[in-house]
Write a protein that binds this ligand. Structure first.
Ligand code: NG6
Ligand code: CA
Length: 512
């Protein structure tokens, strides 16, 4: 009996020690896994360099984003790849300049712009062991060009590396005005299918043009088609009544979808591309945010965006994964006030400067077209600071690949530089040269900014229908931002050699 007991005793000891060993192993494994941080990219739409209080805003307060800026790295020379949305998104996700795929602002019925065989940031992170999601505005095309929105909608994000998607398909001002979750439009009823048409209107369906009295606020001619929620949009639409969105619900719906994804993936590394509709037009912030800025709807939309950011950061903190999550916060292009709707953005601006100290705005070749706020935040890992480094969103692909120890090939993300250290340390240099896409191509070399002349067409001073300078000209422009941040004095004529060199550099980038 004694012998028997001893045997049981030693057997239990063995079990305990094995168990401990396996526990050690699990915690080691956990450590290894935890070295791969979760990654969230907060991608705001049309947020200008001066639109956050941490970047000098006066008409609006953004405490949630300011907390990231204060405790992370605030960049002062960070750029979207282009001065409009689709091209910037294309570059962020592929690590390639948009001109390589002739990417420009897409209509809402455009097919998926990114070839499903192309390498993408999302595919790369998936291969590195991440669960990946995109929530919010897409605007990179969906389907094959003949999309029936009542059936399976593909290819889309799921075919280019995202495990989950919850989308506003194009923009808030374009049809279809429905949400698409993975391959399906949500809340559609079989007996009321939805159809859209970008060429002609549907008989008997009122539009902003035929029935302006139905509108909550007036719009320009391009935005005068389908009326949804009292707002006319670009493109015609009929049916799908049960599926049509209410713009004022966006902040809750997108935040909830994002937080559900985070909650589900709290145990494994995840990548969330959180792509805001705000502060793009039409600006229809929820009642909760109305009147919360001094700038009317545009400012209130910024407050809403700030709140949404705060809700997601709070979720990370609640789940205790904030210290294991790298957050990048930025915008897809510079600011615009009137972008087609009379929402009083111009009238109520006051002393607020959406472009900060820079010239131009959305669409423009001048700095404010692409110089946008950017913050990286990773509590416990990133030391707070301010960075002057020149960095493009095109660089996220290769930089994140390095952070997660993924080796990219030479054919992958060809325009993306490894700025891993620049993302994590405020005192690290950035790019030497940076390309900006707009009506033309511009090149930054340190503080010099060169804007290539338009060759085959006459440059217009103003962006068509907007109060924004295009920045394009028929002669070369060169500015020295160290003395002339506002790009007022063209020094091209006195610096012919440098102009030639910078044009040659652009030519060589284009020729790749
Ligand atoms: C333009 C729209 C503008 C906006 C933009 C896309 C006009 C007259 N209309 O065609 O309102 O929707 O496309 O913005 O300019 S972006 O941020 O998605 O690029
Ligand atoms: Ca945009």
């Amino acid at each position: 009996m004694k012998k028997y007991l001893l045997l049981i005793f030693s057997f239990s000891l063995l079990l305990i020690s094995c168990n401990q060993k396996s526990k050690e192993k699990t915690s080691n494994e956990e450590n290894i896994i935890q070295q791969k941080p979760n990654i969230i990219i907060f991608y705001v739409d049309d947020l200008g360099y001066g639109d956050l209080s941490s970047y000098g805003a006066v008409g609006v307060s953004t405490p949630n984003v300011d907390k990231l800026a204060k405790n992370g790295i605030k960049y002062t020379d960070a750029h979207s790849s282009a001065a409009t949305c689709t091209p910037s998104r294309y570059s962020l996700l592929t690590g390639q300049y948009a001109f390589r795929n002739n990417a420009h602002i897409l209509p809402g019925d455009a097919p998926l712009l990114i070839d499903t065989k192309e390498a993408t940031l999302s595919k790369m992170l998936k291969k590195a062991g991440y669960n990946t999601a995109v929530v919010g505005k897409w605007h990179l095309g969906l389907g094959n060009g003949e999309t029936n929105w009542n059936e399976e909608i593909k290819p889309g994000p799921l075919e280019i590396g995202f495990d989950y998607s919850f989308l506003l398909p194009a923009t808030g001002d374009r049809v279809p005005t429905i949400f698409v979750e993975n391959h399906r439009a949500i809340n559609l009823e079989k007996n009321d299918p939805i159809q859209i048409n970008y060429k002609k209107s549907f008989d008997g369906v009122p539009t902003g043009r035929t029935n302006p009295e139905l509108l909550r606020y007036p719009a320009d001619n391009q935005h005068s088609e389908a009326i949804v929620n009292g707002i006319s949009r670009i493109g015609n639409q009929i049916g799908g009544k049960s599926a049509l969105w209410t713009d004022e619900d966006f902040p809750y719906i997108f935040t909830e979808k994002a937080n559900q994804f985070i909650e589900k993936n709290k145990e494994n590394p995840f990548f969330l591309f959180f792509s805001f509709h705000d502060i793009h037009v039409p600006r229809l912030p929820n009642k909760q945010f109305q009147g919360k800025s001094t700038m009317g709807l545009r400012g209130d939309a910024i407050v809403q965006m700030d709140w949404m950011t705060g809700q997601i950061i709070k979720k990370l903190e609640e789940l205790n994964i904030d210290k294991n999550t790298l957050v990048i916060f930025t915008s897809d292009n510079g600011p615009v006030l009137n972008d087609g709707y009379s929402d009083k953005a111009e009238e109520l601006l006051g002393n607020h400067k959406p472009s900060g100290p820079f010239r131009g705005g959305k669409y423009s070749a001048f700095e404010a077209g692409t110089r946008v706020p950017m913050i990286t935040y990773w509590p416990g890992t990133i030391k707070p600071g301010e960075s002057k480094a020149l960095i493009s969103q095109t660089d996220y692909y290769t930089s994140l690949a390095n952070i997660v120890n993924y080796k990219t090939t030479a054919q992958e993300a060809i325009d993306s530089k490894n700025l891993e250290k620049t993302l994590l340390n405020a005192n690290t240099e950035g790019r030497e040269l940076l390309l900006e896409e707009s009506f033309t191509l511009s090149l930054r070399k340190g503080d010099y900014k060169y804007i290539a002349p338009l060759k085959n067409r006459k440059a217009r001073k103003w962006v068509y229908g907007k109060k924004i300078e295009s920045g394009a000209a028929n002669e070369p422009q060169l500015y020295d931002l160290s003395k002339d941040m506002g790009e007022e004095v063209n020094i091209a004529k006195d610096n012919k050699k440098l102009v030639e060199k910078m044009q040659a550099k652009i030519d060589s980038i284009v020729a790749i």
